[in-house]
Structure formats: C-alpha cells, structure tokens
Design a protein around this ligand. Sequence first.
Ligand code: G3I
Ligand code: 9MR
Length: 564
Amino acid sequence: MKKFSILLFLSIIPLSLFAQGEIKLNQLGFYPDSPKIAVIPGNVEGVFQVVDASTGDVVFESILGVPRHWEFSDEMVSIANFSEFTEPGRYRMVHELAGSSYEFEIRDDIFREVSKASIKAFYFNRASTELKEEHAGIWARPKAHPDDVVYVHESAATEERPEGYVFSSPKGWYDAGDYNKYAVNSGISTYTLMAAYEHYPEYYRNLYLNIPESGNKQPDLLDEIRWNLDWLLTAQDPNDGGVYHKVTTKNFAGVVMPHEATADRFAVMKSTGGTLNFAAVMATAARVYSEYDPDFAEEALEAAEYAWQWAVQNPEQYYIQPEDIQTGAYGNRELSDEFDWAAAELYITTGNDEYWNARNFDEINVGVPSWGYVRPLAWVSLAHHRENLTGAADVNLIERRIMEQGDELLEEFHRSAYGVTKGRYGNSDFVWGSNGVIGNHSMILLQAYRLNGDETYLQAARANLDYILGRNATGYSFVTGFGSKPPMFPHHRQSAAGDIEEPVPGFVIGGPQPGQQDGCDYPSNLPATTFLDHWCSYSTNEVAINWNAPLVYLIGAVDYFSGK
Ligand code: G3I
Ligand code: 9MR
C-alpha cells in the first residue's frame, strides 16, 4: 500500500518539485544505531518516507517535526527523525513537497574512509617531497619547495643570523590553498592531530593511510604529524630559542602547481605567538612520541623549554607584517592564552610545578579553540591527564571547566532548528573558517563526553559532523571527494592548477560566512548561506590545516566510539 501511494505521487507531482538536495542530511549516511536526522526546508509538514534506493520501496515512514526558524539562514525548517530505522542499506528520503534527498547509506563503518582521507589530506599538502602515484594516485606531483635555501628576512635579522643568512627549513605542510608555512597555525593544527592520537591510540594504531612511512613501526598518523614537527624544529633559531613566525614567499603564488611556485622563501620575524605555539606543540610531542621515538621526544622537550624561555623574555613581540611581505599574517595581540597553553603542556609533560604556577589557571574558563584562541587546548590536555597531575592542579576545577563549556554548547544543540551547536555564539560562529569552528565545538563536546559518559554530548558531536557532510543550509557536503554534492572548485592551488578535474580529496573547505573579503559575487549575505564553490571565494572555499585537524579529531572520535 505504502509502495503504491509513493509511486502514485511520484507520477503526479511535477518533476521541478523534486530538486534533489533540498532535503539536507549527512550525504554519507549513518550508523545503524545512531540518531538519524534530516532537515527539510520550506515550511512544510506532514509525512516523510525513507525509501530503498534501488527498489523505491518505502521502508520507513513518519511525521515531520513542527517547522521552526533558523536565524542564520533565515529559513523555516522541520526535522525528519528516522532514528528508529536501523537496517543497513542504501536509501533516499522523500517528502511530497520537499522532494527527494541524495542517496545515503546505513552502515557500521560509514565514516572509516573519510576518517582516513581527512588525515591523508595533510600528506597531500606536504612540502619538500614528491607525491608518488602509489600513495597519491591521480594527484601525484613532483617534489616542490625543498626549502633547503631559506633567507633570513630583515625583520628576523640577528647578529648570528643577519639579513640574507641562508639556512635549511624543509618539510612541513602547506598551510592551506597557499604554499607557505606558518608557525602559529601549525600550532593548533599539529596539536589537534596529536590530541587525536593521545586520546584514541587504539584507533589510530591500526589506521592504515598508505603514506610513504606506512609499514614502519610507528602508527601512520604519528608519521604524518612528524612531517610537520620536523619542519617546525627548523623554525627555531638555535642561537636563542625564538621561532620564526613563518617561512614564506613575499607574495602568494599564482594558480600553479607546487613545483611551479619557485619564488624565494624567507624566514620572517620571530614572534612570541609563533614561539609559544611551538613550545606547546613540542611539549605535547615529547609525550606523544615517547613510546615510539624516545630520542625525538627528548629533543622536542628541550626545544619546547628553550622556546618557553625566549617567550618569557620576549613576551610582547607581536607579529607585524613587514611592508614587502603580503602572505598570511596570523597576527594576534592577545597572547595570554598562548602563554597558558604552553605552560599547561610543559607542566603536564615535565610535572614541574613552576609551569603551573607561572599562570593563574583558577580564574580562566574554556571557550572554543581557534588559531587565535588556544587556551581551550590547555584544558583539553589537562582534562586528559587529570589523573596524573601534581598536587598543584585542581582536578575538580578542570573537570568543571570542561563540563561548563560542553553544557553551554549542548544548550544550542537542543535549541537549534538545525539541531547543531553552530550558532551558540551567534554570528561569530560564522567567521572565516566557520567549518573549523564547528569542528572545534565538537572537539570540546567530545571532551565532555569522555569525562562523564553522557551520550548526549556524543550525539551533538555527531550532529555537527552531519552538518559538515550535508545537513547545512547550503546543501553541500563540505569535504572534497565525499558526499553527493562536494566542493569541486576549492581555493587550493594544487586542486585548481594541473589537469585533474577532481580536487584533492579529504579537505574540509572554510565554510559559509558573510564577510565576503574576497569580493566575489555571492548569492546571499546571510551567515549560513554566504558560500560559493568557486576558486574566487577564498573567504569561504579555501582549505586549511587548522580546519582539517578538528575534522580529523571529530571523525576519528565518532568512528572510535560508534563505528565497527
Ligand atoms: O576576530 C574578529 C571578530 O572579533 C569579528 O567580530 C569578526 C567579524 O568579521 O572578525 C573576526 O576576525 C576575523 C579573523 O579571521 C578571526 O576569525 C577576520 O574578520 C578575518 O578576516 C580573519 O580571517 C583570517 C584570514 O586568514 C585573513 O587574515 C582567518 O582567520 C585565517 O584562517 C586565514 O588564514 C589564511 C592565511 O592567512 C594564509 N593561508 C590561508 C589561510 C586560510 O584562508
Ligand atoms: O590565495 C590566498 C589565500 O591562500 C589567502 O587565504 C587569501 C587571504 O590572505 O589570499 C589569497 O590570495 C589572494 C590575495 O590575497 C589577493 N589577490 C588574489 C589572491 C587569490 O587569487
């Protein structure tokens, strides 16, 4: 009967009403046992169906929730909840007026491939190496940016290393769609990947990424991270411990492949921000690599303490972009959070109370991490290590702080018409890199889940992953190569130059935000829909390591807790 009625309405409703993709859901799909939510725009009500993708048979039917307004896209939306349906398979969702969704799957390991790809994206952004076909497939490319000749820029000149001094600073990841390497943004990105390993080692020990180091004794994720740590170590001046803010060309390259971008590279200004990010990352690396590479761990800790000393002696070397340098600034004049984070990581790794006492942890709350606000990372690490801290730390306070932040986000999960936490902080959740923001919300939610085991925090994190993979107001899956409607024209030079049509997979693009700093012609001004899948749109459609890292963390955690 159900089958009959659906065929009947398919035949009588004009085709134009069936624009695929009006129904917003995770375009990959769902775990059998997890909540399954779709968002239906257009102020509609009534019955929705889940149909078998190949036969069209109705397999589940229920009633939409009451339409509600989502202020960030200024639309009325209803929730279709089909969590009760648990049968593995391929399906579509159908609603009489809203049409049909893209196909999706219900499967035990639904996010395994995207989990790997989100890490592999870092491999694709490696500087100083050829990407061989056996690892990179159709995205293979020649070696580029050896960075064995890097010039000290005037802004970084010292007696031992005057302007024009040449040193070698190879490896590392390209920051984003550009080809430069920035210490500040390396900080949160590298840390977040290490946190994924530190929190879920069993998951990552066996996750095979097919990178050149696969098969060595160390887990692939740690091999990938090491590529950037090796670069970062070279960005520290051995003469004083200070860290160059960036290794960069003077201007952004054109739309060319990496090996065609051959302009001179410069080490620009030592900064307190860059140096503190370095200290925090190296202190974390000293813990994370101690099992597989104790010598490296020791080297990392020494480098971290050296950097900390420089920062303490030079607390206000704010980055100022020199006139002849046009590339990313990552400038930041509020560094108390960088000091807190570096102190916390050094304290955890060394057990030395002096680091704890250097800061006032009693008074500060958590917040949401970003490249310019790293204090939450201190709390993430403190919470993970809370059983092994010295008496100086207040474990109850650490737990309370994480739970307060988790609860704040959870309020929005319950309130939001899209059922996500994005929007908790209003329009400021829709800034350049807004998909990184929701990734970082999720990272905090997952800490709350790890502390108290209440499934609601995990559900909220999974809902945020649904947002990234399609349950959002643009109807895109924001991860290249994944979903029915992924970005095809990201602001990623490697993807835009060359002859390969598909962009390099596994990258989350920055995401909608209304700033329009690139001056492209946008179809909308609203926070959640100002987005263009076009090269032009570097303010919404670029990729970046600090947005991919929380995606890695989120997918890995979800797959670890819910996947089979
Ligand atoms: O913090 C303010 C906030 O107070 C204000 O309400 C809001 C309103 O617009 O703006 C916020 O500042 C934004 C800032 O990012 C922090 O999110 C700026 O508008 C925005 O222009 C700025 O964008 C940064 C962008 O570079 C331009 O500088 C992004 O965060 C940053 O991720 C991005 O990074 C670039 C690198 O420079 C170069 N490599 C590519 C990378 C990704 O696009
Ligand atoms: O490609 C650059 C991108 O990586 C940066 O995030 C962005 C903002 O700094 O700038 C992009 O480069 C643009 C430059 O700023 C202005 N001219 C056009 C460039 C992109 O084609």
